[in-house]
Ligand binder design. Structure first.
Ligand code: FMN
Length: 173
């Protein structure tokens, strides 16, 4: 089993998935349980997660993100949505909206790591027509899709992409 550090290092955006290999229910459940252990502002978990496994619905999702045909090829697409009403009640309009987006991106990135730990791969899709996705999945009006995460068994091992040097990014004070 990989250490946490190895798990992080082995997460790459995978955009090709093994056809015909669905994700076991137990693994999906473990990913969701692990992801929702993420921190959230005020412990409010101001997000919703829509898990799309139905093939026809995954095909339909591509209409709203046409450059990402792999959404239909991955057996699972998790749609991570901000639910700002949950955090606005505690933190007010401005902070509540911001915290809901932060909560949502954190839970989505935990899901990506949990997928790796479960022997799966994923890709984050941030470019899509939000209203179309919301209408298709009948997502409540106050809930906003933030990211789509495709998950499945990898059919490619992408090249590692370099990262900026820490010296460019980090200041020790
Ligand atoms: C906020 C965000 C938006 C992204 N949007 C897209 C996207 O629309 N399409 C896509 O193919 N990848 C998308 N990605 C994945 C990035 O391209 C990818 O993480 C980056 O190139 C680094 O590669 P790696 O994930 O393999 O380390 C997105 C990632 C993030 C965090």
């Amino acid at each position: 089993m990989w250490s946490f550090f190895e798990t992080v290092r082995n997460r790459h955006s995978v955009r090709r998935y093994e056809p015909g290999m669905s994700v076991e229910h137990e693994k999906l459940h473990a990913i969701l349980e692990t992801a929702t252990a993420a921190p959230s502002a005020g412990d409010l978990q101001a997000y919703r997660i829509f898990v799309v496994t139905d093939a026809e619905r995954r095909e339909q999702l591509v209409q709203f993100s046409p450059r990402h045909a792999f959404i239909a090829e991955a057996p699972v697409c998790m749609v991570f949505c901000a639910d700002p009403q949950r955090s606005i009640a505690t933190f007010g309009e401005q902070a509540g909206k911001m915290f809901a987006i932060q909560d949502t991106t954190i839970v989505a990135s935990y899901a990506q790591l949990a997928a790796v730990a479960a022997g799966l791969a994923s890709a984050w899709v941030g470019s899509f027509e939000s209203q179309g996705i919301a209408d298709l999945l009948e997502i409540p009006a106050a809930v906003e899709p933030i990211s789509l995460i495709t998950i499945g068994y990898p059919a490619e091992l992408p090249e590692l992409t370099p990262r900026r040097a820490l010296t460019e990014i980090v200041d020790f004070l």
